[in-house]
Design a protein around this ligand. Structure first.
Ligand SMILES: [Cu+2]
Length: 154
């Protein structure tokens, strides 16, 4: 009787240790759970088009890519970058419509750099409003983000 319960206690301990080892960051963890979107906002539309900005943090051990975004306040959404061309700042669609966020890293979509271009704005957006953006990542991952509408200088 003593030997028997001693053995099952040992077995329990092994099971507990294995369970602990599998917790945390196992390689099979869904990278989607470890993508966070911070400081999201949309610029008060200066005209027919506007832009969405945010910092995307990838806490997983796999590279992920932002592959698109949608919402209900504009006609089309494109991933854009700002480049210098003939000494002038100009923007263009990002090749392949993909922004890679490296494993354990982050990428900032910010004024003067990369952004989600929202074209054909169909809603009256003013400072203080909020829009809901759905960001689509590689691997079928989608993140829904509440983004305040903000006026930015310039
Ligand atoms: Cu743009």
């Amino acid at each position: 009787m003593l030997t028997r319960s001693g053995r099952s206690l040992g077995l329990l301990l092994v099971v507990a240790l294995v369970a602990a080892a599998c917790g945390g960051t196992s390689p099979t963890a869904d990278p989607c759970d470890q993508i966070t979107v911070e400081d999201a906002f949309v610029r008060v539309p200066p005209g027919a088009n506007t832009a969405f900005y945010a910092t995307i943090v990838n806490g997983s051990d796999t590279d992920v890519a932002l592959e698109g975004a949608t919402s209900d306040f504009a006609g089309t959404y494109e991933l854009h970058e700002v480049v210098m061309k003939d000494d002038q700042m100009t923007m263009r669609p990002i090749e392949g419509q993909r922004i890679v966020v490296p494993a354990g890293g982050e990428v900032a979509l910010a004024p003067g750099g990369m952004h989600v271009m929202a074209m054909g704005v169909s809603k009256d957006l003013a400072e203080g409003d909020t829009v809901t953006m759905t960001l689509r990542f590689s691997g079928g991952c989608e993140k829904v983000v509440e983004a305040p509408v903000k006026a930015i200088g310039g």
